[in-house]
Design a protein around this ligand. Sequence first.
Ligand code: PEP
Length: 259
Amino acid sequence: MKRVLIIGNWKMNLNVHEASILVKRISDLIQVHREVEVAIAPSMLTLQPISQQIDTRKISLAAQNAYYKDEGAYTGEVSFNMLRNLVKYVIVGHSERRIYFHEDLEVIRDKVTAAIRNDISPVLCVGESHQEKTEGETKRVIHDQVTTALSNLTAEDVEKVVIAYEPVWAISTFGGELAKPSVVKPIIDLIRYNVKELYGEKAAASLRIIYGGSVDDQTAPGYLEIEGVNGLLPGSASLNYHKFSEIVNSAYRLTHKKP
Ligand code: PEP
């Protein structure tokens, strides 16, 4: 059985001191589980100090973004190469970056490529906007986002990728309308089908697909029960240590319930 992955996206919140307090609180409330992997994505600035504080058997680190060139005159950027050995994951293609920072399909493809080149698993976020959903464009949007982002990778590389299905309309930043598990399930299946068509059965079976969009401690079990969902990417709820640890605990309970 694949380990369930819970990644908390802290977005642009918490200074170094506040981040350290939250990590301590979360660490006190969660256990090391063979079946559940917990990761947090704090700000770039706090990654280094937090790496000194965490027990990596309990909590892995993820960056929220990185630049696709390995080094050079790119003022203000941090490369995947610099994050090597510091983080296990980097979130790529989050809707806030696609919308606020105009990251297009090609930039996201180059970031996914750079992550793999630097031995980091990209957490590739895909999802349709509210307008695309109403216009019946969901399948096409997901197909284009998935296939372009993975297009420089081999089937073996694809096994290291995590895809997060995050419908834009369900993210708290953009309205936070709750997506019913029955709406999420066919898209999870579609993503795996798209990967299978391009990279074969093994890559499609190995790749982890997680869900994000206003997930909290109340809604987490419903999403985790969806067949084919391998974890969750909560944003705002991950800043609340009670809610976040409860999400982790519900993942633990479910892995023990599943046959
Ligand atoms: C996210 O940041 O990826 C996210 C899903 O945020 P929220 O849970 O706040 O909707």
